[in-house]
Design a protein around this ligand. Structure first.
Ligand SMILES: Cc1ncc(COP(=O)(O)O)c(C=O)c1O
Length: 420
């Protein structure tokens, strides 16, 4: 693996090596986000256009990372760029409301016909954090159920179920308030709720949890969660930060399940920082400032006109036919790769425009295998996430999807070869 990481002379000027007077790299570990980490010094993005990214090592890559699935229209989409520049040239953000918030709220809620209101945030992390607070305030309860191995951002509650390494720094009390339920274990879910029915404020579900291996949540698990929530006055939060892209009404629409609160982000910002909590009016009114005793909700940049204007164009362009087209491309790519890697002991998971290759049957893939596959993909001109989640974007067509499938299959076979 080390060959391609160290050979380029560009590394001589790698900002990883830039250190302050006391010897520390200016960015911890050399990274501005821990989630960039792929086991070795990373290439730097220099430019992106459509479904391609060019890096500082001179490599052209098919961008199937899409900034962790958020670039649904790829890089520098002309209409999104135009909307963002237009908004920015009238002022980056203001301390009074702007009309772009209403436009994006309208577009988002038109996709979520069972929900009434929306509040914007700056990230999925913030959206989930606020949704949990709304659930706790409205129920007067503290405890929260999440599925084991899932990821809901980096708030205390979201990190609590991740095991001792993930939850370092999270107060004991928060950890004690979170019940992790094994994925698709209907009985465990039922028992957890029924053992303490008045204790739970929320059940949080991601219907296709990437960190848990991009495994599907069963219909039975989802309907049980919905039913338990309704019967016991628990708020069902469906976290669609990634999965909203998978259906015209999000993945919850595909499942035919209505959350009480839905959190999202990524795709709805056109590539800019965004998060959103959409929900039933009776819950969302917890943050209605005209009501005495309402919950504080702010964020200096929440609802900023640039993210809102770019997001509105992104949602308009990602209409039902594009959702279907991208999902069909993804379905075909998954099938094509699966057929080529099965004998090597790998499988391809996902749904619609999301795919991920993993050793067959694995729940959590070890970091060194993930990193090895990332570099093997990179060496073949394919950029995925460090966990090898690949997402399609609308500039992609059949030719690009075939190219992704070819490169991914080759990369998987190289990893499997090296491991045997
Ligand atoms: C399901 C889910 N929830 C929440 C988050 C956090 O979103 P953000 O990275 O925008 O804070 C993510 C991020 O990948 C996610 O996948």
């Amino acid at each position: 693996m080390s060959t391609n990481m160290q050979t380029n002379s560009a590394l001589a000027e790698d900002p990883h090596l830039r250190r302050g007077p006391r010897g520390y790299p200016l960015l911890p570990g050399g990274y501005g986000r821990s989630t960039y980490y792929t086991g070795a010094p990373s290439p730097y993005a220099v430019r992106g256009q459509g479904c391609r990214v060019w890096d500082d090592r001179g490599r052209e890559l098919i961008d199937a990372n899409n900034n962790f699935t958020s670039l649904i229209h790829g890089n520098a989409h002309p209409e999104i760029a135009e909307a963002a520049v237009k908004a920015l040239s009238s002022g980056a953000s203001w301390g009074i409301p702007n009309l772009h918030e209403w436009e994006l709220a309208d577009l988002l809620l038109s996709r979520l016909p069972d929900l009434d209101q929306v509040r914007f945030a700056n990230s999925g992390t913030e959206a989930v954090m606020s949704a949990v607070r709304i659930a706790r305030a409205s129920t007067g309860r503290d405890r929260v159920i999440v599925t084991k191995g899932g990821y809901h951002g980096t708030s205390d509650v979201a990190l609590a179920p991740g095991g001792p390494a993930n939850a370092r720094g999270v107060p004991r009390g928060v950890i004690d308030d979170v019940t992790p339920v094994p994925l698709n274990d209907v009985e465990f879910l039922r028992r957890s709720v029924e053992a303490a029915p008045g204790a739970y404020a929320a059940i949080i579900l991601d219907l296709l949890p990437n960190r848990a291996g991009l495994l599907h949540i069963s219909e039975e698990f989802v309907t049980t969660a919905r039913d338990l929530a309704t019967r016991h006055g628990i708020v069902l939060i469906i976290d669609e930060v990634i999965s909203l892209r998978l259906g015209a009404h999000g993945l919850s629409g595909e499942y035919g399940v209505s959350p009480d609160l839905l959190t999202t982000g990524k795709t709805i910002g056109g590539g800019f920082a965004v998060g959103a909590i959409a929900g039933l009016g009776e819950l969302m009114s917890e943050v209605d400032p005209t009501r005495p005793g309402s919950l504080p909700h702010g964020g200096t940049f929440s609802g900023n006109p640039v993210s809102m204007a770019a997001g509105a164009v992104a949602l308009r362009l990602y209409d039902e036919s594009e959702v279907k087209r991208l999902n069909a491309l993804g379905d075909a790519a998954r099938e094509s790769v699966a057929g080529r890697v099965a004998d090597a002991g790998w499988e391809v998971r996902g749904r619609g425009s999301l795919l991920r290759a993993v050793p067959a049957g694995s729940a959590q893939v070890d970091a060194s295998t993930q990193h090895r596959l990332w570099w093997e993909s990179y060496n073949r001109g394919l950029l995925g996430s460090p966990a090898n989640l690949l997402s399609l974007s609308t500039p992609m067509d059949q030719v690009v999807a075939d190219e992704i499938a070819d490169r991914l299959a080759d990369a998987v076979l190289a990893v499997a070869d090296a491991q045997n």
